[in-house]
Design a protein around this ligand. Structure first.
Ligand code: S3P
Length: 172
């Protein structure tokens, strides 16, 4: 089966939910940012600091492209990956389906502020809010969106996603 890509803003829970979803449906789990850090042998923060965002985006595209060769894998993307139309094309042209974890900005901000040092794109609350508004229309291009309030456990969300996908399968 084709891969499932979890997309959404920083702090949406893509990695934790992705891992729960993979367990739930018997898929492998891949965290794109972790893979990228392994490949480049440095943290995302270091990549940004030493080489800049443009370099990071090229590397991100390459790992994303590579992921499409895997089977039966739930992939957690970084918060900016799905905002590039070319990246969306990479995912969907390979038969991948995408799921937007739609969490209110206030919840995201609270989560990310606690763990800000690891996130070069979270500069200040104001800038993060602007970035969120710019990116939301991109996230809404996902195959499915799951509206969350942020209090759900990763297992709850995983089960919700399974339900959404099953509903879509029945409707077609
Ligand atoms: C980014 C989000 C990060 C990581 C990088 C850039 C972004 O991933 O890919 O710092 O542009 O929003 P998370 O969404 O997992 O924090």
């Amino acid at each position: 089966m084709s891969n499932l890509y979890l997309v959404g803003f920083m702090g949406a829970g893509k990695s934790r939910i992705g891992s729960a979803l993979a367990r739930e449906i018997g898929y492998e789990f891949l965290d794109l940012d972790e893979r990228l850090e392994e490949e480049l042998r440095m943290s995302i923060r270091e990549v940004f600091d030493r080489f800049g965002e443009a370099y990071f985006r090229v590397a991100e595209r390459q790992v994303l492209q590579w992921s499409t060769g895997l089977d039966d894998t739930v992939v957690a993307t970084g918060g900016g990956a799905f905002c590039s139309p070319a990246n969306r094309e990479v995912i969907h042209a390979a038969g991948g389906r995408s799921i937007f974890l739609d969490v209110p900005f206030e919840v995201l901000a609270q989560r990310v502020q606690i763990d800000q040092t690891e996130r070069p794109k979270f500069v200040s609350l104001d800038e993060a809010e602007n970035l969120y508004s710019e990116r939301r229309p991109h996230y809404l291009q996902a195959t499915w969106s799951v509206l969350l309030n942020g209090s759900e456990s990763p297992n709850d969300v995983a089960r919700r996603i399974v339900g959404v996908m099953a509903g879509a399968a029945c409707a077609t």
